[in-house]
Ligand binder design. Structure first.
Ligand code: COA
Length: 220
């Protein structure tokens, strides 16, 4: 089965900060991926990846070449991530592959779709003209995301290959990329500050309680 759609990555309503992830974020990525249930690992990687295989995948992410995006909750836990892997094949230099996962409890909020839009804009700006998504045919959510963006989806047995033809970068895509990066960095820093402050308050509370129980012990 093959369908053809025109490019129409539409603007998404509401801001969801998606941060570029780096080597320093590997532990957060590891925790996120290891938290995926066996069926989700199967959908994400195309096989029931073991913990060791996930670790191996993580070790092979090239943070210099590829783009990895993530969405953090206010506890700074990574609840969604996408990996845009640029082709290293000399005959397919303008191609990239997209892979994504969203923590089970955070699904259905549009994160998967937004990460896809984000990755597509970055891919355009990096000169990619064909974006590939490997999804199992049963993966209705992923296929929906790809179709909505205008991808051509080809099915063969229980495998689906989707590819999206990207228009060349323009001023809009470059500005959008920059703004989203800055929004995400600011959001992350605010969450870091909020977390630090909560910890500080907790310590303060413990000190107060310690003082109180100390008073109790000494009879004051
Ligand atoms: C696929 C996945 C990333 C989707 O994440 P998500 O944040 O829930 O996706 P969204 O909320 O953006 O939803 C995407 C679309 O799929 C639709 N959808 C979600 N679940 C669906 C389902 N079970 N059946 C049909 N459509 C579904 C949503 O309604 C939405 O469509 P809409 O925008 O028209 O409303 C997530 O389910 C996941 O992590 N799965 C395991 C890993 C995986 O499959 N990765 C993809 C292969 S690389």
């Amino acid at each position: 089965m093959s369908e053809r759609h025109d490019w129409h990555l539409g603007p998404t309503s509401g801001v969801v900060p998606m941060r570029s992830l780096h080597r320093e974020d590997r532990e957060a990525i590891r925790r996120h991926l290891l938290s995926l249930a066996p069926q989700d690992r199967y959908l994400r990687f195309g096989y029931m990846a073991s913990d060791e295989q996930i670790q191996h995948y993580l070790d092979t992410i090239d943070f210099d070449r590829d783009e990895v995006f993530g969405i953090f909750n206010r506890h700074l836990e990574l609840i969604a991530m996408a990996h845009l892997a640029f082709s290293t094949h000399p005959d397919a230099a303008a191609c990239a592959e997209f892979g994504v996962s969203v923590t089970a409890h955070a699904r259905g909020r549009g994160y998967g779709g937004r990460l896809f839009d984000r990755a597509a804009i970055r891919a355009r700006n990096e000169g990619v003209s064909l974006l590939f998504i490997h999804a199992l045919s049963e993966n209705a959510a992923m296929i929906r995301i790809a179709r909505k963006a205008g991808a051509q989806v080809e099915r063969e047995g229980n495998e689906s290959e989707a590819h999206l033809r990207l228009p060349p970068a323009d001023l809009d895509s470059r500005v959008s990329d920059l703004v989203q990066d800055q929004v995400a960095e600011t959001d992350y820093r605010l969450k870091q500050q909020a977390r630090t402050f909560w910890r500080f308050l907790e310590v303060l509370q413990e000190v107060r309680q310690g003082v109180r129980s100390g008073r109790g012990q000494t009879g004051h």
